[in-house]
Design a binder for this molecule. Structure first.
Ligand SMILES: Cc1cc2nc3c(=O)[nH]c(=O)nc-3n(C[C@H](O)[C@H](O)[C@H](O)COP(=O)(O)O)c2cc1C
Length: 344
């Protein structure tokens, strides 16, 4: 699996998720089996680049290659500048966000709204490729299946993107109009794969190794991209890799392993955000890790009242130690995936 000249270790991708796929989470997913992870989106608005939020997002210290940064915006020249800015800060791949209902940038809707305006979408793609190609940086595109049910224009846009020099497309099998409702469909992703020669990643509602295998088979896609199912369960990438290689499910991880991964993630998280913000933003990751486990909801409520890192770490450690005494391996859980509506 390659993106441009960059060879990836496998075809299991972490989907970009604002507020989730920060550097510590991407690193954790890569360590536990993901071959590729895209950053949270970075705005093309220059006036925000020095903000704490954007500068954290553009910080890749110690990140395992390849470093992929998603940019969002509605103006071709600003997007090209954003690409160059992020390349100067370590990005090795630039991903254009036409996949999520991003906020308004300069009074226009960015993200998947661009799918409604193909000439503008193409102008952005061409400008970003022109900024990246001389630096040897491949450009990828994340999009939805189309604007609305009657206008599933992913195939047309993917063809145009390929001609403009894009190196890979990821398609979320929902239309923009669907927002975060309904189920993802994979026929449009299969049509995109059939229409272009560059690699295609299939995205949407993949929540188990069996589902990943089905989606790969049904779409012919080169890779699967996973978002919500990795929240609190970053080892899903290793589970999928094992299933694709052997056709068998591997055992659930040991509770003590899960505890070690979470504690290491928390240390990394606090190092990036500092104590005050870190303890608060870590709550969602801890919540996702425990929510479906026996006693997880009660622990989540108690943990949300803790306001310092040391106590948060100790509470997490103690809770997993107690769970491990009853269940050496993580008990089976179902219904882990959050409804998209609630999540984004
Ligand atoms: C909390 C959250 C934040 C997201 N942020 C982004 C983003 O910044 N850029 C983007 O292209 N997609 C974003 N998405 C969409 C995901 O990348 C993905 O397309 C979507 O979650 C469907 O995949 P899944 O079913 O595996 O979660 C976000 C989704 C969630 C749940």
């Amino acid at each position: 699996m390659r993106i441009g000249a960059i060879e990836l270790p496998n075809r299991l991708f972490v989907a970009p998720m604002a507020g989730v796929t920060d550097r510590p989470f991407r690193q954790l997913c890569k360590r536990l089996g993901a071959g590729y992870a895209v950053s949270e989106m970075v705005t093309s608005r220059k006036d925000l680049w020095s903000s704490l939020k954007t500068s954290r997002r553009a910080n890749h210290d110690g990140e395992t290659a390849p470093i992929a940064v998603q940019i969002a915006g509605t103006d071709a020249a600003m997007m090209a500048e954003a690409a160059a800015y992020n390349i100067d800060r370590g990005a090795q791949i630039i991903d254009i966000n036409m996949g999520c209902p991003a906020k308004k940038v300069c009074n226009k809707w960015a993200g998947s709204a661009l799918m409604q305006d193909e000439p503008l979408a193409l102008a952005i793609i061409e400008a970003v490729v022109a900024a990246c190609a001389p630096r040897g940086v491949p450009v990828t595109l994340k999009m939805r299946s189309g604007w609305c049910a009657r206008e599933r224009n992913a195939v047309a846009l993917a063809r145009a993107a390929e001609s403009a020099g894009v190196a890979m497309v990821a398609v979320h099998g929902r239309t923009r109009e669907q927002g975060y409702t309904g189920a993802a469909e994979y026929d449009t992703i299969a049509a995109v794969k059939a229409a272009i020669a560059i690699p295609v990643a299939a995205n949407g509602d993949i929540d188990s190794p069996a589902k990943a295998a089905q989606v790969l088979e049904r779409t012919g896609a080169d890779a699967v991209m996973i978002g919500r199912a990795a929240q609190g369960r970053p080892w899903i990438f290793g589970d999928i890799a094992h299933y694709l290689a052997t056709g068998r499910h591997r055992s659930a991880p040991q509770v003590r392993e899960v505890k070690t991964w979470l504690v290491e993630h928390l240390h990394d998280h606090y190092a990036l955000y500092g104590e005050f913000a870190g303890v608060r933003t870590a709550r969602k990751h801890i919540g996702w890790a425990v929510r479906a486990l026996p006693g997880g909801e009660a622990f989540r409520a108690r943990m949300n009242t803790i306001e310092n890192c040391e106590q948060q770490l100790a509470a997490v450690s103690d809770w997993f130690d107690a769970l491990g005494e009853r269940h050496p391996r993580l008990p089976a859980t179902t219904g882990c995936i959050e409804p998209l509506l609630e999540a984004a």
